[in-house]
Design a protein. Structure first.
Length: 143
């Protein structure tokens, strides 16, 4: 079932079919610096994502394996997209706050839990994975 959403100003809109009806929180330093806190997102394969207003999307290659996107008009965080070759290539992690119905994507896990600032903690019984564990799962040997 397709879900919809947009940036703050509405210049970028999307229709997406997430891989699962869940969201995931990342506490890594890059995500914290990019969003000002943690990045909570839903995974959407490239083939299951349709954009309107693509001309308003800016991107930044934040690592050797991914890029981050934002609305060039209002600055809204849009996505983290895997660019590295492999089964995750092209998967967009769309920011949960963009979705019209974010409650339909409950929190399923946290990654880089060892980098989470002491000022916050998310409630619930879900997997909490360290940065090293996450990188090992992806076959990436650094941040």
């Amino acid at each position: 079932m397709a879900m919809h959403g947009s940036c703050l100003c509405g210049a970028v809109r999307f229709e997406a079919e997430p891989q699962e009806r869940a969201s995931h929180a990342c506490h890594c330093e890059m995500c914290r610096r990019w969003t000002g806190a943690m990045f909570i997102a839903a995974a959407v394969p490239e083939a299951a994502l349709r954009w309107q207003g693509r001309e308003n999307i800016g991107t930044y290659p934040s690592s050797d394996w991914a890029e981050r996107g934002w609305c060039t008009r209002c600055g809204s965080t849009l996505f983290y997209r895997v660019t590295a070759e492999g089964e995750m290539q092209g998967v967009h992690f769309l920011a949960l706050g963009l979705f019209d119905e974010p409650d339909a994507l409950p929190l399923a896990s946290e990654i880089f839990i060892d980098a989470r600032p002491a000022a916050y903690a998310l409630a619930g019984d879900h997997p909490r994975i360290t940065g090293a564990e996450h990188r090992a799962m992806l076959g990436i040997d650094r941040n």
